[in-house]
Design a protein around this ligand. Structure first.
Ligand code: UT7
Length: 335
């Protein structure tokens, strides 16, 4: 058995900054409500004239991660791409990356686990590297939310939260088995699938039917979230996933050097920080700038924390996420 470690990180966010005040021109909302309930000050939304998509942003982040890893695109053996907003219904974004980066005809896997997507993707890559099947894997989380949000007052409880962006990591076989990915834990509870969902079109209510009905009140193709229900589960599952990761490695919460929580809501991160007794410099948050970028949020935050010099060799880094599915999980890394 081998160990895997992260050897390159990159991120890309669209240039277009949308502030809370900008949103108040589109819908009945205001800066005070958004900041108080979520901590978000602004987010990036792809400009409609831009060529950015989930795959395009993912490719931009990936190029940076590969360059920083010291490898070349030809050294990559496999691609794992996590998103809930793929460019096409099918095929997934993974194959687009293989093409955009002009890589050899390596395998490309798409992960559909929403906010936990990057955690699931890292876990999958880790298993492939552990068994020796692949040596270098490109793992991407990217999200183009702004194209699919209801930007009217009707959709305000969801649309003010989500932002666009992408991050990428190169994972590689580690020579030192004490370092790298120490563990990953993944969970789901499908009975809550409809509490955070984009329901339409679906296989029983497909596009021709929707066009025929031409119903302006059909909001099934916009994201729906039962916010308070999701919030209550999030704080419990985040804690469980972190505890599970620590316990599996026989570590106490005091061992955490840096917690990178999925950026769902600053209040959730603060709750977890308090519960685990962590100082401000032990938890990294950037939801204030980017909103919730679902599958991209953990990898954008990890990249920014690393770029800012907040993650050093030998640090214990914990990644954790919870979201639609419900799905949740954690990854524990000895950097
Ligand atoms: O990433 C996946 C995981 N996601 C999460 O973990 C998110 C979890 N949930 C949350 O973060 C919070 O539930 C939200 C931020 C989504 C919502 O906050 P909340 O405190 O639960 O607010 P609420 O939905 O209960 O709404 C409270 C009030 C309502 O008005 P009334 O009925 O009290 O008159 C809403 O209509 O706030 C109103 N409201 C807004 N007002 C201004 C809802 N959205 C907005 C808005 N601006 N954007």
């Amino acid at each position: 058995m081998y160990n895997s470690k992260i050897i390159g990180l990159g991120k890309y966010v669209p240039e277009n900054v949308v502030t809370n005040n900008d949103l108040s021109k589109l819908m009945d909302t205001n800066d005070a409500w958004i900041q108080e309930r979520t901590g978000i000050k602004e987010r990036r939304w792809i400009d409609k004239n831009s060529e950015d998509t989930s795959a395009v942003m993912g490719a931009k982040a990936a190029r940076i991660a590969i360059e920083r890893s010291g490898l070349t695109k030809d050294d990559i053996d496999f691609i794992v791409f996590a998103t809930l907003s793929p460019d096409y219904y099918f095929p997934g974004c993974g194959v687009q990356i293989q093409d955009m980066l002009e890589m050899p005809t390596i395998g490309a896997l798409d992960v559909r686990n929403q906010c936990s997507g990057f955690i699931y993707a890292v876990s999958v890559a880790d298993q492939f590297i552990k068994t020796g099947m692949y040596k270098n894997i490109l793992v991407i989380g990217a999200e183009y939310h702004s194209g699919g949000l209801d930007k009217t007052t009707r959709g305000r409880s969801v649309s003010v939260i989500f932002g666009d962006g992408a991050g990428a990591a190169v994972m590689s076989r580690a020579e030192n088995t004490d370092h790298g990915i120490l563990s990953s834990h993944l969970h789901s509870e499908g009975k809550y699938a409809k509490e955070l969902i984009v329901e339409g079109p679906n296989i029983k209510h497909w596009v021709p039917q929707m066009l025929e009905e031409n119903n302006p009140d059909d909001i099934s193709y916009f994201p729906y979230m039962n916010g308070q229900h999701v919030f209550k589960h999030a704080v419990v599952r985040f804690s469980e996933a972190i505890m599970e990761g620590l316990a599996a490695n026989k570590l106490e919460k005091e061992a955490i050097d840096m917690l990178i929580p999925h950026q769902a809501n600053l209040r959730i991160s603060q709750f977890i920080q308090k519960k685990f007794g962590l100082r401000d410099n032990q938890v990294f948050n950037n939801i204030q700038k980017y909103g919730n970028t679902t599958a991209a949020s953990v990898i954008i935050a990890l990249t920014e924390a690393w770029e800012a010099g907040k993650i050093k060799d030998n640090d214990l880094v914990v990644l954790a996420a919870f979201g639609s599915g419900f799905t949740w999980g954690s990854v524990v890394i000895r950097w």
